[in-house]
Design a protein. Structure first.
Length: 414
């Protein structure tokens, strides 16, 4: 039997609406490739725009072929859900049976089927596993009970074994997911993994930055352009030369961060200004560097143990350990308690082994630094050390004459 040509349009529209209802896409009907904005707000860096452009291109290609898996990662509001919904909308428009569900909703849908008189759990579970296109939004936000993890794994593994198309979005580090699921999401033969580095387009830039551990926004006026080489002070040649060398090294590092850069010297000698200038330069290119003083970092980690904390220790620890550029200010001023030293060593040792770009400032001598960390700082294959021999920067006047701010300690590192 065939539908009469006079009713073809009506039947097609009815099927289209049915697929929308089944796919849970009513709320995302307006999310298409045509209205996806590569720049959700002003001020995005080139790398952030490029990540959005790449994600859009990958989504369009996937929608055309519906082959393999596509996994979007990135923070809240960066555009992951829009692209996933655009793929689902495109598929439904082609009459492809599609389910678009947030992972918590999917699990609730399964739980409710135990008490449903209309659909059995088994029937609903099979429908999810076998739907032609499955889109799972917000993987990792579900309640991680053993039952939930098991059901989710069974669905994903079934589609993995049968090579059925799947789209996933997540804002959590893949390392935090169930190991069985993570291994399947990282299979390069099946999965295209796309990271969107753009921030939340719904949040003002200042709020976005202030919500993170990084204190870089407090130093947003520290640039290479306004860094003083202090020529009017007529510093001794050795002190002046050390300042110029550190300045040029910081500029070169900012252009292409590789390895570690350590800036040593007395307080107020310019170390933090140069470190923040590196961070601001990279942020302008779309990266998300973390600048934090070592004592503050340890306080943030301790605070996660509070019952009222909304941030998990594991998540924060991984964020710091794996960020694209970590700037640790004032190494050596932290508490010398075993817990603090161990956490700091774990972070730096991981970045040392993984060759992750790291900038460190310290007023301590090398001899005063924990031996395990010192041994990594002395590895010339990874780390470059610059000692600023200039004294504390001129900061105020006394009777019309400029005076130096008295340093509490001078570094004697070579």
């Amino acid at each position: 039997m065939q539908v009469c040509s006079c009713r073809q349009t009506e039947v097609s529209r009815s099927l289209y609406e049915h697929l929308y209802r089944v796919s849970n896409l009513d709320a995302f009907r307006e999310m298409t490739f045509d209205n996806f904005k590569l720049q959700g707000r002003m001020g995005l860096g080139d790398n952030q725009v490029d990540s959005l452009r790449t994600a859009q291109s990958q989504a369009v290609q996937f929608a055309r072929s519906l082959q393999g898996w596509l996994v979007f990662t990135g923070t809240y509001g960066c555009g992951k859900t829009h692209l996933a919904a655009a793929i689902a909308n495109s598929a439904v428009a082609l009459n492809v049976p599609t389910l678009f569900l947030t992972v918590p909703d999917l699990l609730d849908w399964l739980r409710f089927s135990y008490d449903s008189t209309e659909t059995s759990f088994e029937a609903r579970f099979e429908e999810i596993r076998n739907i032609e296109l499955l889109v799972l939004d917000d993987l990792g936000t579900q309640n991680a009970t053993p039952w939930a993890e098991e059901k989710l794994y069974q669905i994903i593994n079934y589609r993995y074994v049968n090579r059925m198309p799947l789209v996933v979005t997540t804002n959590v580090d893949l390392d935090l997911l169930d190991g069985r699921i993570r291994s399947r999401l990282q299979d390069p033969d099946l999965v295209s993994l796309v990271k969107i580095s753009a921030p939340d387009f719904r949040a003002p830039i200042k709020d976005q930055v202030e919500s993170q551990i990084s204190a870089l926004y407090l130093h947003n006026d520290h640039t290479f352009g306004n860094f003083s080489l202090r020529e009017p002070e007529k510093l001794p040649a050795e002190e002046q030369q050390s300042l110029v060398k550190a300045f040029r090294a910081a500029q070169q590092y900012a252009e292409d961060p590789h390895g570690w850069l350590v800036l040593m010297g007395t307080y107020a000698s310019g170390k933090t200004h140069l470190a923040a200038a590196i961070g601001n330069y990279r942020a302008a290119h779309g990266e998300e560097p973390i600048l934090v003083s070592v004592p503050d970092l340890l306080d943030h980690l301790r605070a996660t143990f509070s019952p009222s904390s909304t941030v998990s220790y594991d998540n924060l620890f991984r964020q710091v350990r794996n960020c694209s550029l970590l700037i640790l200010d004032d190494l050596g001023t932290q508490s010398a308690k075993p817990w603090a030293l161990e956490k700091l060593y774990q972070i730096l040792n991981h970045r040392y082994d993984a060759h992750l770009p790291t900038v460190i400032t310290t007023a301590s001598t090398l001899e005063e630094i924990d031996p395990r960390i010192r041994s990594r700082l002395l590895d010339k294959r990874v780390c470059d050390i610059y000692l600023i021999r200039a004294p504390a920067y001129l900061s105020h006047t006394n009777g019309g004459q400029k005076t130096r701010r008295t340093p509490t300690r001078r570094s004697t590192a070579k």
